[in-house]
Design a protein around this ligand. Structure first.
Ligand code: PGA
Ligand code: ZN
Length: 428
């Protein structure tokens, strides 16, 4: 059997022009696998640490030279000779080498890059696609996409307070049809914004970033875009929000700057209840801030029976935090971001625990992305049912959607599209 021969890392740039790490694993049989690691902007404080150089003379402190040296000096010598086919052993070794709870010694970026590149090398060695390798050939469920067509918050300053307004094509019967709906709606949305507001920029995730009078205007214009593209809101397409409320939270209250208001947790929950009554909102991510557990429980009591409530900063793909959420009934869904936790094995554990609770999972990109498509394969291999990878626009976002499109074709008649069924916590 083939063994790991070397692990090599290099510095590349992500979609924001910031450095990130590209790790390549080479095996004794000549097979290779490489992976690039994404990077967040509205990061949760409980995430594993992205190791940066901190040297202001290079990339304003964001260089990857330290992370690269961890790969070359610590990870490579330890993994040399190890089997790439035992992912949990490789990941266990990486965790042990690091030895910290937040992966701050080696960096979650060095660790995740190695973890993903190992899986890719193993798949290459066997001559199978990554999704097939990771599922041992059994997976055939394609996720329903959430297209982030309007960007705000930390990803588009000057736009809405809430970070993401996503369109979710529910009536599509294949992934390809869902992608077409997303692209058509995205296209109509641009026309509407240009007609009404003249000019719009684009946010980090490829969605438009117009300067709107209020947050509700974003939902209104999105509903119109859905209609003018020929789809029926609520029937064909739902709306998903990522409020990213940790970013709005100051001294115990939530600041909606667009509207000039400060809300308590209770008031913000009622704000969402109001929106859910008016609009076809099927999913709300990070409706409250990362440590506002009481607020989350209240939100769940008010909306948990009809809306998917997704924890991102709340859980940071961490099983201990997810277990707390399950115990206290804080939500009914978990956002899955491999780089929040640092290894594929831990990511899969987070998915398993979430599923055991009867909750849904959403595989997710980061706002700083690359052409790497690993999360597309993960969403299929682990049957997460849902994926968000930004707007159907900009190649670092489309790389993931296009990859799923290819997988769907490759599977042929075996492919099952998750569609509406994936949204089991939403009253749709
Ligand atoms: P981030 O944003 O990658 O900047 O954290 C994505 C999200 O909040 O879901
Ligand atoms: Zn989020």
């Amino acid at each position: 059997m083939s063994i790991i021969q070397s692990v090599h890392a290099r510095e590349v740039l992500d979609s924001r022009g910031n450095p990130t790490i590209d790790v390549e694993v080479r095996l004794s049989d000549g097979a290779r696998g490489s992976a690039m690691v994404p990077s967040g902007a509205s990061t949760g404080s409980h995430e594993a640490v992205e190791l940066q150089d901190g040297d202001p003379a290079r990339y304003h402190g964001r260089g990857m030279l330290r992370a690269i040296s961890r790969v070359h000096d610590v990870i490579c010598p330890a993994l040399r000779g190890v089997s790439p086919f035992d992912q949990s052993q490789v990941d266990g070794m990486l965790m042990e080498l690091d030895g910290t709870p937040d992966k701050s010694r080696l960096g979650a970026n060095s660790i995740l890059g190695t973890s993903m590149a190992t899986a890719r090398a193993a798949a290459a060695s066997l001559g199978v696609p990554l999704y097939r390798y990771l599922s041992q050939g059994s997976a055939n469920l394609l996720p329903i996409p959430m297209f982030n067509v309007l960007n705000g918050g930390r990803h588009a300053r000057g736009s809405t307070d809430f970070q993401e307004f996503m369109v979710v094509p529910m009536s599509a019967s294949t992934f390809a049809e869902a992608l077409r709906a997303g692209a058509e709606i995205h296209n109509r949305l641009l026309r509407l914004i240009e007609d009404r507001y003249m000019y719009t920029g684009v946010g980090d995730e490829g969605g438009f970033a117009p300067s709107l009078p209020s947050n509700a205007h974003a939902v209104e214009i999105l509903l119109q875009a859905i209609q003018t593209a020929g789809y029926e809101p609520g029937r064909d397409c739902g709306i998903a929000l990522d409020a990213a409320a940790t970013e709005l939270h100051r001294r115990g209250t939530y600041h909606l700057a667009r509207e000039g208001i400060w809300l308590t947790s209770e008031e913000l929950v009622e704000y969402y209840v109001d929106w859910v009554e008016q609009y076809p909102i099927i999913s709300i991510e990070d409706g409250l801030s990362e440590d506002d557990w009481d607020g989350w429980e209240l939100l769940y009591r008010r909306l948990g029976s009809k809306v998917q409530l997704v924890g991102d900063d709340l859980y940071t793909t961490n099983v201990d935090r997810i277990a707390r959420g399950v115990q206290t009934q804080a939500s009914n869904s978990v956002l899955i971001k491999p780089n929040q936790i640092g290894t594929l094995t831990e990511t899969l554990e987070a998915i398993r625990l979430t599923r055991q609770a009867g909750w849904s999972t959403v595989m997710s990109h980061r706002s700083g992305e690359t052409e790497d498509t690993t999360i597309a394969d993960l969403s299929v291999a682990w049957e997460t049912g849902q994926i968000k990878s930004g707007a159907p626009c900009r190649s670092e976002r489309l790389a993931k959607y296009n990859r799923i499109l290819k997988i769907e074709q490759e599977m042929g008649a075996d492919a099952r599209y998750a569609g509406r069924d994936a949204l089991r916590h939403a009253a749709v």
